[in-house]
Design a protein around this ligand. Sequence first.
Ligand code: PMP
Length: 285
Amino acid sequence: RTVYVNGDYLPEAEATVSIFDRGFLMADGVYEVTSVLGGKLIDFEGHAVRLQRSLDELDMVNPISKEDLLQVHRELVRVNEIDEGMVYLQITRGAPGDRDFVFPDPETTQPTIVLFTQNKPGLANSPAAKTGMKVISIDDIRWGRRDIKTVQLLYPSMGKMMAKKAGADDAWMIEDGFVTEGTSNNAYIVKGNKIITRALSNDILHGITRAAVLRFAQEAQMEVEERNFTIEEAKEADEAFITSASTFVMPVVEIDGVSLGEGAPGRVALRLREIYLEESLKTAV
Ligand code: PMP
């Protein structure tokens, strides 16, 4: 596999980053994941805009223009022959000489930029979308700036392990009695024909897939309500689902061992998945 590091395309075995990089020492960095379908990038524009916002919020300098970033994404997709899969992008604050909590001077320390691809044949036709997924609920003990897409993923990773040990596929996180989001996705319930999802704030990541799905739902005359919901309300909902760049729209059929509706993927979730796959391809680049 060919990867990209600080301006160079290299075989992955030859790609290196300093041990002093603040991404490695302090999780001082941000990332984006963009899906590839039919060799094209889904929602590239949205990911590029959110990347800039994450960098701005952390006072990090963007080392690459949007045009060049698109070019690197496309080149990696091409050389690695990705038809279905994803492109991972990470920018960290770089490697000053010494470990120090204080941010280094951006004049002397360049950010580190890394991109690589992952091949995922069958991504659009995922069998998981046909069976639906099971989630458990866990406490949300993450920091207060979940709107910034940082590489601090230890708790989400622990959450997925808790789910795995419980025989489930993922975890939804709860704060002050309300569901915030999934470990790596936004969370939704459906009551009647109404789609309910938490409103945007610093408490959740502003999902690029979320924005697209809510727009498509409204265009299809489906009712959307952005508000908090509890896990109890979720267990009594007709349907539930998640969205993320790597799963698109994925139905949830069980929460903490309680089956939703018929215990099978819901009508609204499946319809939204279909619409998303169709519509997002129209703007793929
Ligand atoms: N919330 C969290 C915590 C996430 O990690 C992700 C995926 N990175 C999402 C939501 C979904 O965001 P997107 O649709 O942009 O992938």
